[in-house]
Design a protein around this ligand. Structure first.
Ligand code: HEM
Length: 473
């Protein structure tokens, strides 16, 4: 199956993948699409994906990064600098915990990926990051802050926060909290509309990944605004007291040592910022949507989460380990809403499922194909079941359930994401009486499974739900 599929891919990538699967007789074997003159091999079978995740020698994400970095704003003339080995002293400075004999020979890019892990995987730096992040979510969800978001009745204390867009609520709180955790509160003094620009950027960022020279979108303007804010941070806005996360501080020091210009350094920081923001606000939207449209589930969760309060504060450890209903909603939402197409360049011929996949083609893993597979999840695999992961405790370990990817690029933010989402959803449904506006007469939003996706899909354009909130007794 090899002819030009560019239009069909951009128009509806999942439908094209479904068509390809049927074309090869539903055997699950890898098949090829030709998009923009390039061959894309599509994997839809869990065993093939597992093999790919182990094939670090034959496939590479690095080979895709250069094009992406240019899309994010790094000048092509400096790309080679990012791959040059850095002086051992610079690498050591960011990793005081490593003995001198264990200092790796990293380039700036590989060092940055390593620093992600050192910040985000469990340990003291992770604890600090999560503590700051949850603190910001809590601040954003203070009644006074929520009323502050609503300018229509400013000056008068409101009892009900009515007909609020759930999309806006999730992006304001979650993008706001991550942005402040990474760059300190000053970032919103530098760019008050940062969250809006980030959401605009995210909407069309797939065009950078798939190099789609599409119509003029908000992407370019949003990128300029975000890069300008990040350049300000690099130039020292906020002064020595600026409360940057450890990863931001350390990456900036290494960029400086590598002699990267402020402009290029801002584009590199955008990668960190974007990775952290791509998914959580959309996942929060879907989790709350499923909960609000199911009164029984909503009530059961309030009771379960109520037990996690100690002295009027949420006990996060209890929330994470002793709230199985919330956990099942989290897993099921991750399963159904991730439409990511994860890409790897083939650098050496690779046998998958008896088929030789050749360089310099690209392999795409379709998360939706894996996570909505009937053989793994049953005949109702495409519908939401809040009890699915409660009924079968082994589902989390299924080869078909990989919401955070795997192999060399396994999401290092998965532990942060769990705390962030549990805390956000738990706070909203216990601190507030939250309900659908208009007496619940609203349609459940439809997942946008048409636009090529890099993570959790948003709702279709123009779709939203509206909620009324008041402080719970
Ligand atoms: C709901 C939340 C999230 C989901 C579903 C998610 C999903 C993913 C997936 C599927 C990948 C692998 C992509 C690939 O292999 O092509 C990934 C990578 C990554 N994620 Fe997440 N993520 C989430 C939250 C986060 C958070 C909160 C952070 C940071 C604070 C983060 C940081 C990263 C980074 C840095 C990578 C790249 C890792 C590498 O290439 O080595 N993620 N994420």
């Amino acid at each position: 199956m090899r002819y030009c599929h560019a239009k069909a891919f951009i128009w509806n990538s999942q439908a094209l993948i479904e068509y390809g699967k049927i074309y090869v007789g539903n055997t699950g074997e890898p098949f090829a699409l030709t998009v923009g003159g390039k061959t894309l091999y599509i994997l839809t079978t869990p065993e093939h994906v597992a093999k790919l995740y182990k094939s670090n020698e034959d496939t590479s994400w690095d080979a895709m990064l250069n094009e992406l970095l240019v899309g994010f704003g790094v000048k092509s003339s400096v790309i080679h600098k990012l791959w040059e080995p850095m002086p051992g002293e610079t690498i050591r400075k960011g990793r005081p915990e490593l003995p001198a004999s264990k200092i790796p020979n990293y380039s700036l890019i590989h060092s940055t990926l390593d620093l992600y892990k050192r910040q985000l995987l469990p340990g003291p730096r992770f604890e600090k990051f999560c503590g700051t992040l949850l603190g910001h979510i809590d601040d954003h969800l203070k009644w006074s802050t929520l009323i502050g978001i609503d300018t229509t009745q400013s000056g008068r204390p409101q009892k009900v926060f009515s007909h609020r867009s759930l999309r806006d609520l999730c992006s304001t709180v979650l993008i706001g909290a991550i942005s402040k955790t990474l760059f300190g509160d000053q970032i919103y003094e530098i760019e008050p509309y940062l969250s809006t620009y980030l959401a605009d950027f995210n909407q069309d960022a797939w065009m950078l990944v798939f190099q789609y020279p599409g119509p003029k979108t908000k992407l370019g303007a949003a990128r300029t605004k975000i890069l300008s804010a990040l350049e300000n941070i690099i130039r020292g806005a906020g002064g020595p007291e600026a409360n940057h996360a450890w990863i931001v501080r350390t990456v900036m020091e290494e960029q400086d040592a590598a002699g990267i210009s402020e402009e290029d350094a801002a584009a590199l920081l955008l990668m960190i910022y974007w990775a952290a923001n791509l998914n959580p606000y959309r996942l929060g939207f879907w989790m709350l949507s499923y909960i609000l449209f199911d009164k029984e589930l909503h009530t059961a969760l309030k009771t379960e989460i109520g037990r996690a309060y100690r002295d009027r504060k949420l006990d996060v450890a209890f929330l994470l380990t002793d709230c199985p209903k919330l956990d099942a909603v989290y897993q099921e939402t991750l399963r159904l809403t991730s439409g990511a197409l994860s890409a790897r360049k083939i650098i050496r011929p690779l046998d998958i499922g008896g088929k030789l996949l050749e360089p310099p083609s690209t392999i795409l893993i379709s998360f939706a194909q894996l996570q909505q597979s009937k053989s793994a999840f049953g005949v109702d695999a495409s519908t939401f079941d809040s009890r699915r992961f409660l009924k079968d405790k082994n589902l989390k370990n299924s080869l078909s359930f990989k919401p955070f990817g795997g192999g060399a690029n396994y999401c290092p933010g998965r532990f942060v994401a769990k705390q962030e989402m549990f805390f956000f959803v738990a706070t909203i449904i216990t601190k507030f009486d939250i309900s659908l506006s208009d007496g619940g007469q609203q349609n459940f939003p439809i997942l946008d499974s048409i636009t090529p996706s890099l993570g959790i899909n948003g709702p279709q354009a123009g779709m939203d739900i509206f909620v009324d909130l008041k402080l719970a007794n």
